[in-house]
Design a protein around this ligand. Structure first.
Ligand SMILES: [Zn+2]
Length: 397
């Protein structure tokens, strides 16, 4: 990382074009005045305020920094991230998490929501200089031998065990509750096609979390787990693959309910498939079905965001969200504008940071990514990163 400059600096960023995170209209010749890590004014075509140094980024489109609503900083995007994590002591884990966060920020990610760490370690990484803002779930709540139990979030069985687990997370100061409603792929002995909790347990998690002002998002692959999580009143769903023993089976009624309730769907989008990186065979088999599900959810009105699951295997490096945007345009019938909203202002709302993140406007954090060309016309321009600022600090240029 190149020396992040002090976030107390007052300076102006000049660019050729601006996407503000909300409006479909690209505006020319922006001048963005930054003070103490925040945007204080946005002007167009005028003269920079006297006394503030101007950083001229040249022929770029300035956008809000990208936000990934589902990552795992503890996983290192290797072939076996679980074994790799198990081999590290806490100091080594923190170091690798910072490395992952550095990869993310250099790829334009200025805020990330960590939906599963080990022993609450991501909470110590919130707002470190030069790294993305971290929204933290702590260890995901699971069953004793359940999906990702080795991260330290197993609840005692039953409704009271679930309430206790949510209370512990709240007391530790998490920003969101993540619950593993179904089995998953990273855990030997669990099955994505099967549920892990009863409706009563999931409902208790939602009730306990909402009482404490915390949103709940549920990891849910199995059709029954998706339906049960919706019935329990979760705010978000992760994956939502409708995974069965031999394929994908998404009942129209469940799709409609997710849409009608405007539930957030973390699509686990984004893959890098160059070199020897390839999709898991079981996943590849179901991919056409999953893409169809995502299209149906989008049409039904669900709030679809990339939620990449960065870190879980080599196709998911920590800056994979850029690839997700491209794939949402190519596969999910989104315009580049719609896709960019999902990783800026919409993702900020979902992270509970809609007042601070995801837009370039006065009062918002000075989180920027500058890319060449016109990403609202050609989404692949998101890979042409020329500069990144996080809370007013230049981390890449
Ligand atoms: Zn995950």
């Amino acid at each position: 990382m190149e020396n992040p400059t002090s976030s107390s600096d007052r300076f102006v960023v000049r660019a050729a074009r601006l996407f503000d995170g909300v409006s479909a209209t690209i505006r020319e010749s922006p001048l963005v005045l930054v003070e103490s890590g925040r945007v204080v004014a946005v002007d167009f075509g005028g003269r920079a305020p006297v006394g503030a140094p101007v950083v001229d980024l040249g022929d770029v489109t300035l956008m809000p920094g990208l936000i990934d609503t589902h990552v795992h900083l503890v996983f290192d995007a290797s072939e076996d991230p679980v074994a790799s994590l198990a081999a590290r002591d806490d100091d080594a884990v923190i170091a690798s998490m910072k490395e992952a966060a550095t990869t993310a920020v250099r790829g334009g990610v200025t805020t990330l929501r960590d939906l599963g760490d080990r022993d609450y370690m991501s909470l110590d990484l919130r707002d470190l200089p030069g790294l993305p803002t971290v929204v933290a779930a702590g260890p995901p709540i699971t069953t004793a031998a359940g999906h990702c139990h080795y991260l330290g979030g197993a609840a005692e069985p039953g409704v009271e065990g679930m309430r206790q687990a949510v209370r512990e997370h709240a007391e530790r100061g998490v920003d969101v509750i993540k619950v593993m409603a179904s089995g998953g792929h990273l855990t030997e002995g669990t099955d994505p096609a099967r549920g892990q909790f009863t409706l009563e347990e999931l409902s208790a998690a939602v009730d306990e979390a909402h009482t404490r002002g915390l949103p709940v998002t549920a990891h849910a692959h199995a059709p029954k787990s998706v339906a049960m999580a919706v019935q329990a009143g979760v705010d978000g769903l992760e994956h939502v693959t409708f995974w069965t023993e031999d394929g994908v089976d998404a009942p129209a009624a469940t799709i409609q309910l997710v849409g009608d309730r405007r539930i957030v769907v973390g699509a686990s989008a984004g893959f890098v498939l160059d070199g020897d990186r390839e999709l898991d065979a079981e996943f590849a088999l179901r991919l056409p079905g999953i893409i169809d599900v995502m299209q149906r959810l989008h049409r039904a009105g669900a709030k679809l965001v990339p939620g990449t699951d960065a870190g879980i295997n080599p196709t998911k490096p920590h800056d994979v969200v850029r690839h997700a945007l491209e794939q949402m345009v190519a596969l999910l019938e989104m315009s580049p504008f719609e896709a960019l909203l999902t990783a800026t202002s919409q993702a900020a709302e979902i992270c509970g940071l809609g007042h601070r993140k995801g837009r370039i406007a006065p009062g918002y954090d000075a989180d920027f990514v500058a890319v060449g060309g016109r990403p609202l016309t050609d989404i692949s321009q998101v890979h042409d990163i020329r500069a990144v600022y996080v809370r007013g600090s230049e981390v890449l240029r």
